[in-house]
Design a protein around this ligand. Structure first.
Ligand SMILES: [Zn+2]
Length: 361
């Protein structure tokens, strides 16, 4: 999600726009300009702004429905084919997930219904061509909202329909199995869309890829949660690593980098307290921009949370994912750093678990 630009915050939810949204904007602008020059291109911008607003309202449908169940939304990312509201956690019951998933498309249906009513129930033929400048803005917007509602109900992750399907399956076969089945159905739908795209609309190929990746990442996230469930941090952390003193400079970190296979270097003071983590990428970048004498304190990430050694691995994972952290520190309860959890070592744990499962079968 690093290919997105934050544009503002509404009630604690950061709104981001994915870079491809701007490509879509350029494509529409060019298509309008070719048909009717600058006035048409301007109208295209108005249309897209309104469309943007509808997608955002769709996402806020999810946000406010989730809020009813006490679930917050740290951010929303807007893509040309829709938005992604990243919920802090899943609602507890499948029935609640169902309501949250349906709330988005419901917003588009309401907007479409209001526009139809405002237009006297009539929408001219050809309004489905979003790039057609000959059709008035409101008619096109009505059709696009209808499309958004239907498109999002495709039963595949990351579409809302995938969540609806998972909620229905989860209420019968449990959460993990329900997600696996829903992800498989989603991938089958993606392959179907891809085949249609090969013979028809190339836009479908792009959507198919998006759906396929969405299905695998959802299945992966749930598998990750299943494997980390009930595991104590001290059973999963890295305990052998080199640390840097707060007085260290980048040259010291370079020596560590070459001597070890570590990618994250904790900066630890005399009392054994974690002050921050210097990542390999930050080290290399700062080395190039600022030189080897730069203090590590100025380059490290200081916002690294520390959890107790008897804490849950799930919690460490949630912290890493939510803030895209390079590591989470583990202490002994007296503020002394005793271990590190990194995405890499959680990944290794998953490989081991998968191998054990396979052996049991
Ligand atoms: Zn949605």
């Amino acid at each position: 999600m690093s290919w997105s630009i934050p544009i503002g915050t509404v009630k604690g939810t950061v709104i981001r726009i994915h870079i491809t949204f701007f490509l879509f904007l350029l494509w529409i602008g060019a298509a309008y300009h070719a048909q009717g020059g600058w006035p048409a291109a301007l109208e295209g911008v108005v249309f897209l702004s309104l469309l943007f607003l509808c997608v955002l309202l769709h996402e806020f449908g999810h946000v406010f429905a989730a809020r009813r169940y006490g679930v917050r939304t740290p951010d929303i990312t807007l893509l040309p084919i829709g938005g992604v509201a990243r919920l802090e956690r899943l609602p507890e019951k499948p029935s609640q997930e169902l309501v949250v998933a349906l709330a988005g498309p419901a917003v588009n249906l309401v907007i479409a219904a209001l526009l139809y009513a405002a237009l006297g129930g009539f929408v001219p033929a050809g309004a489905a061509e979003v790039q057609n400048a000959g059709i008035d803005v409101l008619s096109r917007l009505a059709v696009v909202n209808l499309f958004l509602a239907l498109f999002n109900l495709i039963p595949a992750f990351p579409m809302d329909g995938g969540r609806v399907l998972r909620a229905v399956l989860a209420s019968r076969m449990g959460y993990v199995r329900g997600t696996q089945v829903a992800a498989s159905i989603g991938q089958a739908v993606a392959i179907g869309l891809g085949l249609l795209g090969l013979f028809g609309n190339p836009m479908l190929l792009f959507i198919a890829l998006f759906v396929y990746l969405g299905a695998s990442s959802e299945a992966h996230a749930v598998q990750m949660r299943e494997i980390t469930h009930g595991v104590v941090v001290s059973d999963a952390m890295v305990t052998r690593f080199e640390t840097l003193p707060p007085s260290g400079v980048l040259e010291d970190a370079v020596q560590c980098l070459i001597r070890t296979t570590q990618h994250e270097f904790p900066v630890v003071d005399g009392a054994g307290t974690l002050r921050g983590v210097l990542t390999r990428d930050d080290l290399i970048r700062a080395l190039r921009d600022r030189g080897p004498d730069t203090p590590v304190l100025e380059v490290m990430r200081p916002d690294i949370p520390v959890i107790h050694r008897h804490g849950k691995l799930e919690e460490a994972l949630r912290l890493m994912q939510e803030k895209s952290l390079p590591a989470v520190g583990v202490d002994d309860g007296n503020g002394r750093l005793v271990g590190l959890v990194t995405p890499e070592n959680v990944g290794e744990m998953m490989m081991v678990q998968a191998a054990r499962h396979a052996l049991r079968r």
